[in-house]
Design a protein around this ligand. Structure first.
Ligand SMILES: [Zn+2]
Length: 656
């Protein structure tokens, strides 16, 4: 056997190495990230439970994954610690790898808040980190976190310059689904910062978010080949089967589907059923089995992404080699938190299920699932099947029995106005009462006289909407703002509608502008809602519904396309001739503003709505009499029913 020995010359550095340089050259013991966090990390006042941090069992593997995978994604509900986990990984990278890095947040406001209360706080007050800080305030600013061993920055995903600042081996992106790609893609920019490190093979990218829509920027990042998506599995106390906790296994024992009843009876109102042996897993048992969570992949087989299910051994081990994957995505839902009880989960589901918008928020923020938008155009033939039982034109024309409230939606064009009058009854059953087009070209001399247009509207609409109608929206978007403003001033139940440019499922479909006399609506969300109603059993059309209506009402929908990398992306399409669909969107804006989707579901609510409209009718009658006596008096705009009025509406009257 050969034995060889060397004598190393003694290396002397001149000038002497700094702490940071020494730290970066030292071979570190490979401390698992969860142990590091437990030993050193302290939660600042900005967290729910300030003080020493002890990771939950389920968080340990998530934290330590950043040592084994270059890319880690956390797809999780809001307020379940995903940003804390991401931040700890970044702090670990500072201490252990001395990597340069970048924190990225969705917007400037968050950048400022997070920097002050979380990042700055951690670096100045946690000894394991503050050893790298010079103590100079100048070295600790948003754009420049100059530490002894590395350099970090905090950036907003909306700011191109922020994102282009300096090379970063570690990139942490927070609430990634909210990034709005404009003329640049924030994630591509973040990747660009890592180029030099990619070549050297040491880079880390941690992205966390609650999910939004399939096809959004976060979804595209996760659903790529090379990613493994893992979910938390617990073991049934009865049959010992490993499984995920999911809302689908919670059974309503009250049989009421009423969130109020569930909240009153609490634990007694629901049962959680094991997916395998169907025996009940109680809240108490849940707390216990959550102490041993195993992260494992479930089978996924969809266009553009496939993975096989991983086997979990009885002792809870999974065989997985990180080298086989470029990225790991941890996806958990709120049921991982024992404080989120089974009955609370089901109550929230019941509260959201009647509205696509609310269901979307529940799906994203509680269940941490991407929202699957319906795609493809609906069939006009299927819709035509709903045209039975009554007529809109001629002698036989009638308002169907059951109609309690009527709304109007009007779409403004240069050539005239498309409109739909729609009635609603108990349980949100809904009938189209009249659809048509009011010929009224802005080029014709006669219609330059605003009163002439008003007379036209009254002639066309009043015969159908005399007593019942109390609410309507007219599009004030691009066309003919002056005439629209005049009409809404003169017709007490009609209001101007402007489509918002950005959609936000967490906000109301429509709200009154605080600065001007119009309403802002989320047309795309309304249109999705209309699609659901159109497909349902409660949507009715008259026998003589027009072909043009049938053609136009289906002219808004989602389609799947491929982006430049061949990844599927979902796009919202509005065909050129979609005016009747917009009329329906405005109708539902009115229905939701009046909260018909709540009140029409109970006898109490129906009674309230009926009473309200009877009251309005009497008032309108007496006003008519008064107006005849003193013709100059201005009419007062009507308000939503008091019990159901939105907070905004209750503070303001709409008088002019
Ligand atoms: Zn079981």
């Amino acid at each position: 056997m050969n034995k060889t020995s060397w004598t190393f010359p003694n290396v002397v550095h001149d000038p002497a190495l700094t702490i940071g340089e020494k730290a970066s050259m030292r071979m570190r013991e490979a401390t698992p990230v969860d142990d590091w966090a437990e030993k050193y990390f302290v939660l600042s006042k900005a967290y729910v439970n300030p003080g020493k941090y002890i990771p939950h069992q389920w968080q340990r593997e998530v934290l330590d994954s950043v040592r084994h995978y270059n890319q880690v994604y956390l797809q999780a509900p809001v307020q379940t610690g995903k940003s804390l986990l991401g931040e700890i990984m970044a702090m670990y990278a500072i201490d252990t790898w001395s990597l340069n890095g970048m924190f990225v947040y969705a917007n400037e406001k968050t950048v400022k808040k997070v920097f002050k209360f979380r990042i700055r706080e951690a670096i100045t007050s946690i000894p394991q980190l503050s050893q790298y800080w010079s103590g100079r305030e100048d070295d600790l600013t948003i754009s420049n976190l100059e530490l002894r061993n590395c350099l970090w920055g905090v950036a907003s995903a909306e700011n191109k310059n922020d994102l282009a600042s300096f090379p970063a081996g570690f990139v942490y992106g927070s609430e990634v689904s909210k990034y709005r790609p404009k003329d640049f893609n924030p994630i591509d920019m973040m990747r660009g910062r890592q180029q030099a490190y990619l070549e050297r093979g040491i880079y880390k990218r941690v992205l966390e978010s609650s999910p939004l829509d399939e096809g959004d920027i976060f979804h595209q990042e996760i659903y790529k080949s090379g990613t493994i998506i893992v979910t938390p599995h617990v073991r049934c106390p009865h049959c010992h089967d490993w499984q995920e906790l999911t809302d689908g296994q919670i059974i309503d024992m009250t049989g009421t589907k009423d969130s109020g009843a569930l909240r009153r009876k609490k634990e007694a109102s629901v049962q959680y059923e094991c997916i395998e042996c169907h025996q009940e897993i109680t809240e108490k048992q849940r707390v216990r089995i959550l102490n041993k969570v195993v992260w494992a992949a479930q089978e996924i087989d969809q266009v553009g992404f496939k993975q096989k299910a991983e086997l979990i051994s009885p002792t809870g081990t999974v065989e997985r080699d990180p080298k086989d994957y470029e990225a790991i995505c941890f996806n958990w839902n709120r049921l991982i938190t024992p404080a989120y009880k089974f009955y609370e989960c089901l109550a929230r589901f019941f509260e959201s299920r009647r509205s696509t918008r609310k269901l979307r928020v529940y799906t994203n923020e509680d269940m941490a699932r991407f929202w699957k938008t319906k795609k493809g155009k609906q069939s006009g033939d299927d819709l035509k099947d709903k045209a039975t039982g009554y007529y809109q034109h001629g002698d036989q024309a009638s308002v169907p029995e059951g109609v309690i409230v009527t709304t109007v939606g009007i779409d403004t064009q240069d050539t005239g106005f498309y409109y739909v009058v729609r009635g609603y009854g108990p349980n949100m059953e809904t009938w189209l009462i009249k659809e048509d087009f009011i010929e009224c070209s802005k080029k014709r001399e006669i219609y330059k006289n605003k009163d002439e247009v008003l007379r036209l509207f009254e002639r066309e609409l009043l015969p159908y909407v005399t007593d019942t109608i109390r609410f309507g929206f007219i599009d004030r978007g691009g066309h003919r703002a002056d005439i629209v403003d005049y009409l809404v001033e003169k017709i007490p139940w009609l209001h101007a509608y402007i489509g918002a440019t950005r959609i936000n499922p967490k906000e109301d479909f429509v709200k009154e502008s605080t600065t001007a006399a119009h309403f802002m609506g989320q047309t795309q969300l309304l249109s999705e809602e209309v699609a659901d109603y159109m497909e349902g059993e409660k949507w009715h059309l008259p026998i003589d519904v027009g072909d043009e209506y049938l053609k136009q009402v289906i002219a808004q929908y989602y389609i799947d396309e491929e982006d430049k990398d061949g990844q599927p992306v979902r796009r919202w399409v509005c065909e050129h001739e979609d005016h009747m669909r917009d009329c329906e969107n405005y109708n539902f804006a009115a229905a939701f503003f009046l909260h018909l989707d709540k009140s029409l579901y109970s006898a109490d609510g129906v009674g309230r709505v009926k009473k309200y409209f009877a009251l309005r009718k009497d008032k309108a009658e007496s006003q008519k009499v008064k107006a005849a006596a003193e013709p100059k008096k201005e009419r007062v705009k009507e308000t939503a029913p008091a019990q159901t009025r939105s907070p905004m509406g209750s503070r303001r009257r709409w008088s002019k």
